[in-house]
Design a protein around this ligand. Structure first.
Ligand SMILES: [Zn+2]
Length: 377
């Protein structure tokens, strides 16, 4: 049974677990040891009904749980939380870090990286990544969502499209691709990490918000939580003693897609500072080294500049290969894959090359060097 009820302002895990008692928030089913050929089209005649497949059976789920138990025992021992290394103490409810549906292979990757402290890349992002030469197909589980809910899901999809070169395509009632995203109304908010055949995103009615859906889509694209980055300890302290017993495995660092983008406390993929605390929401589990950023942590309402940059480096490297800018992009900006003739600027900067300060007028941002023609940003 879950005794911990995290409740982030935005995101998934907090709400994910709200109404779940012991059961995972996704349907069990077999682990796909071999991932399907990425993004491959299997012939127009091979239709697949848009219904949720069973992906994990109980045995596989137990094996993943045992791996989490091993991680938990090591972490607890390392931080002096328990004298016993009894892996049975772990409270693994089927989702890692509150909303990640991982397969056995991913769980093994984590344990291996943790045990060996290898710096080399263990997780091959290529396996998780989608082929975006064509839009990523998606569909809604039949009769799961009303039009209002679909509208919010589409907003989140559109948000990713506006910020990156990634495109999605509503397949209607059937899909004829091997790899596609299925939105369904499960018991909580969760997503698989990366492309995985029928990549399932569960959205309970309590998860239908722009932030949560955009966050879950991020996972489906292969992104993990920001605080799982291997450099997170340079920016925050994990208060291990404040974490609920049996839940420390959720605070493991592991290999994530970072693309050398700076750690970002304002990432849409970041936990709140109080998640998994013994007395949520009064107790911190993540304490920012920079006190000012404590309130920023986990409160994102949309993709941050660095979220989009990470995704664009991962997926959109070739988008502007035929367009060369006259000058380099400045202030950490980069060639905008949705507008190859300009740079994509962080907040506060504007102009074609993000070399000028932006200012706001009536809620709209203008670049300082655009004042004469008031170019909208
Ligand atoms: Zn998440």
């Amino acid at each position: 049974m879950l005794s911990h009820v995290p409740s982030l302002r935005y995101g998934c895990l907090w709400i994910t677990l709200l109404f779940i008692s012991g059961a995972s928030c996704y349907p069990p089913g077999p682990i796909q040891a071999r991932l399907a050929t990425r993004g491959s089209r299997v012939g127009a005649l091979q239709f697949r009904q848009g219904i949720v497949k069973e992906k994990y059976d109980n045995q596989e789920k137990r094996r993943i749980s045992n791996i989490m138990g091993e991680i938990e025992a090591i972490l607890d021992d390392k931080h002096g939380l328990r004298s016993s290394n009894d892996s049975n103490d772990v409270e693994f409810d089927g989702v890692l870090e509150g909303d990640l549906v991982i397969n056995e292979r991913q769980a093994k990757w984590m344990l291996q990286a943790f045990n060996t402290r290898q710096k080399r890349k263990l997780i091959d992002n290529e396996e998780l990544r989608w082929n975006i030469s064509t839009p990523i197909p998606y569909l809604f589980n039949p009769e799961d969502f009303n039009e209002n809910e679909k509208g919010i899901i589409r907003w989140a999809i559109n948000h990713w499209e506006q910020e990156t070169c990634i495109r999605f395509k509503d397949m209607g009632p059937v899909v004829y691709y091997t790899d596609y995203i299925l939105f369904y109304k499960g018991k909580g908010c969760s997503s698989e990490v990366g492309r995985n055949g029928q990549t399932q995103i569960s959205l309970n009615v309590i998860c239908i918000s722009k932030q949560i859906v955009a966050h879950e889509i991020g996972h489906s694209l292969g992104f993990w939580h920001e605080q799982a980055r291997q450099d997170r300890d340079d920016y925050l302290d994990v208060l291990w003693e404040n974490i609920q017993p049996g839940k420390t495995y959720n605070f493991l660092t592991h290999q994530t897609i970072t693309n050398d983008v700076p750690y970002d406390m304002s990432s849409l993929m970041h936990y709140l500072g109080t998640d998994f605390s013994k007395t949520y929401p009064d107790m911190l589990t993540l304490k920012s080294r920079d006190g000012f950023l404590q309130q920023v942590m986990g409160g994102a309402e949309k993709l941050s500049f660095y979220d989009a940059k990470t995704a664009n480096i991962e997926y959109c490297k070739d988008s502007c290969r035929n367009t060369k800018l006259r000058r380099p992009c400045e202030h950490d900006s980069y060639q905008d894959p949705n507008d190859c003739y300009s740079c994509k600027c962080p907040e506060g900067f504007g102009g074609t090359y993000c070399n000028t300060a932006a200012f706001s007028v009536g809620g709209a941002d203008f670049a300082a060097d655009d004042r004469h023609h008031m170019q909208w940003r």
